[in-house]
Design a protein around this ligand. Structure first.
Ligand SMILES: C[S@@+](CC[C@H](N)C(=O)[O-])C[C@H]1O[C@@H](n2cnc3c(N)ncnc32)[C@H](O)[C@@H]1O
Length: 250
């Protein structure tokens, strides 16, 4: 793996373009999640185009770009409006120091502005990672646009399904788009034990006691944070309009 990624995890600090060091905070994803993004991108091969919402200190970004480098080519689009304001440019700087700049296209804009623009440009992606603003309506909008840009056979990774808002979007995806998405356990952390599953189920119910449909859909999921969904079939744009009355509770 790349020495810059290793150093970020061991030193727990990142360098800004001005040479200052800033400590990494709790926004940083666990190494196993980064490795999962890396393996997913490697699996999609040299044609892969990847997309992420929420770059922060660029841990996820580095894993995507490193995979593109090892694939021989590819492109990663990262959307994050706050690279300078919140992260002192340290994410972008780490990508540069890792020698991965050529694989990154950073859009410094909010996702609900930039995703429709990418859609209008007819962009398509093989792997998409949602880890931006975790409010329900933002995560839902991220999914809405990504769904239309994700290739059949592509993967959608939802980070932080321990947030009820993000879990609800996953439930929506499986309920309203169940013919087109299924959980892909190939790339996820191994499931935890029955005790963890019971603890998580209680926790999920305490967080959102009335959201029984989501709790039901997650009843077998003992992974706490990260879910991988596979887009199993192509959905033509016309299909959304033809089935304009369709609704299922989620
Ligand atoms: C949890 S952090 C991402 C962590 C990162 N993926 C990693 O690997 O360390 C969430 C990020 O979402 C960004 N963000 C917040 N609102 C956003 C929006 N409306 N559109 C895109 N990104 C947003 C924040 O600036 C922050 O960098």
């Amino acid at each position: 793996m790349n020495a810059v990624i290793e150093a970020l995890y061991t030193e727990k600090r990142a360098q800004t373009p001005h040479g200052d060091w800033v400590p990494l905070d709790e926004s940083v994803m666990p190494k196993t999640h980064g490795e999962m993004l890396y393996h997913l991108t490697r699996a999609h091969g040299p044609e892969a185009h990847t997309l992420e919402i929420g770059m922060a200190f660029a841990l996820s970004t580095l894993y995507f770009c490193q995979a593109h480098k090892e694939n021989g080519r590819g492109l990663h689009v990262a959307i994050d409006p706050y690279q300078e304001a919140s992260w002192y440019g340290a994410g972008r700087e780490s990508v540069k120091r890792a020698g991965l700049e050529e694989y990154l296209s950073l859009i410094e804009e909010r996702s609900f502005i930039s995703l429709p623009q990418l859609l209008a440009e007819d962009r398509k992606f093989h792997v998409a990672f949602i880890d931006g603003n975790h409010r329900f309506e933002h995560t839902f909008l991220d999914f809405f646009y990504i769904d239309r840009m994700l290739h059949a056979g592509g993967h959608l990774v939802l980070h932080d399904v321990n947030f009820p808002s993000v879990r609800k979007v996953m439930s929506l995806c499986l309920a309203l788009h169940g013919e087109f998405y299924s959980i892909d356990r190939t790339f996820m952390d191994p499931p935890a034990n029955l005790f963890t599953l019971l603890r998580l189920s209680m926790h999920r119910l305490r967080q959102a006691p009335l959201d029984l449909s989501t709790a039901y859909r997650m009843r077998r999921e003992s992974r706490e944070e990260c879910m991988v969904l596979k887009k199993i079939a192509h959905r033509p744009d016309s299909d959304y309009d033809l089935r304009w009355k369709e609704y299922r509770p989620f």
